[in-house]
Design a protein around this ligand. Structure first.
Ligand code: ASP
Length: 312
């Protein structure tokens, strides 16, 4: 019998961990626990910039959400991206996994499927949130603020990232039977281009879970995480015998090297990992300030991840 454990990204991950640990203590499966934890964060509308309703919309003012789930026993997985008017995208991702032969549904198709599955369509906007969106829209920023935006050497228009306009909750659980489950859910980057999808609903980028290797998840700039296949990269390091800590550090080094090749420093990514024995690791690139919550037994701790600089 394994000792249950849950880890989750960022300080709001504490809510996810506390919720998941209660279920794991009762002997519930890892995926159910991780999903309940992620949904508790989706339901917290005090999180203003990054997960669930109440988060920052895209450039046109539409709130679109991304999520995925993965079951380490069978590698079953499901995801939704760019889905509007659905409050619980992680639960919808699970339905994709369970009720369809597919892995990823997007946009209108995901919404149609949600309706078919009995999910209510809900309106996430309030007079207050529309006012806030209009007032803080980046197109309205003064030239000096724009000058400070990170300069991208890869020819793409600059991705406007600051510490207040993104984050993701990624939740990884190990249950009493020794199975792993993981969930990732986000609104992505605030003011993103309409249709932009980050790493979070991409299996292998924002999340990967395999009982035979381990579980890994990501947060940070999705484009940089996708480019290195971050979570699958970590799972493969675990499979090859690296510890979760070593694997997360290697992923950060790879992200730094990848962004360095395009003249962009530093990469802005963070990873966490959990192996089938309950060992935990986390690392982030410089200036990410990544914190994560870890629950074992009835104790939940908030830890600061090790930063990996471009020279490492
Ligand atoms: N990874 C998310 C995205 O790119 C954002 C974040 O976790 O900060 O959509």
């Amino acid at each position: 019998m394994a000792e249950p454990i849950t880890i989750a990204t960022w300080p709001f991950g504490r809510t996810a961990v506390e919720t998941a640990m209660k279920l794991l203590a009762k002997g519930e499966p890892a995926l159910d626990a991780a999903l309940a934890g992620a949904q508790a964060v989706e339901d917290d509308t005090s999180i203003r910039n990054s997960v669930g309703f109440g988060s920052l919309p895209d450039r046109l003012g539409r709130l679109t959400l991304d999520a995925c789930v993965m079951d380490g026993r069978t590698l079953a997985c499901g995801a939704v991206a760019c889905v509007e008017h659905i409050k619980h995208p992680a639960a919808l991702a699970r339905r994709v996994m369970e009720k369809t032969p597919h892995v990823l549904l997007v946009g209108e198709g995901a919404k149609w499927f949600a309706l078919q599955q009995g999910f209510p369509l809900e309106v996430p906007y309030t007079a207050e949130s529309i006012k806030e969106w209009l007032e803080s829209h980046p197109d309205k920023k003064k030239p000096d603020a724009k000058d400070k935006a990170p300069v991208r050497a890869d020819g793409a228009s600059s991705i406007n990232v600051d510490e207040f306009n993104h984050d993701t909750v990624t939740v990884l659980s190990l249950d009493k039977k020794g199975h792993l489950g993981g969930v990732c859910t986000t609104s992505g980057l605030g003011y993103k281009l309409p249709g932009r999808v980050g790493d979070s609903p991409i299996i292998g980028a924002g999340l990967y879970v395999d009982d035979l290797a381990g579980a890994a998840g990501a947060t940070g700039v999705g484009e940089e995480i996708i480019r290195i296949g971050g979570s699958l990269f970590i799972a493969e390091q675990l499979r090859a015998g690296k510890s979760p800590q070593e694997a997360c550090e290697l992923a950060c080094k790879r992200a730094n090297a990848a962004s360095g090749r395009r003249g962009v420093h530093p990469a802005r990514v963070a990873f966490l990992a959990l192996d089938p024995k309950g060992n935990v690791g986390a690392a982030c690139t410089e200036k990410t300030g990544f914190k994560y919550a870890v629950g074992r037994g009835d104790k939940v701790e908030l830890l600061t991840a090790k930063e990996i600089g471009p020279q490492a």
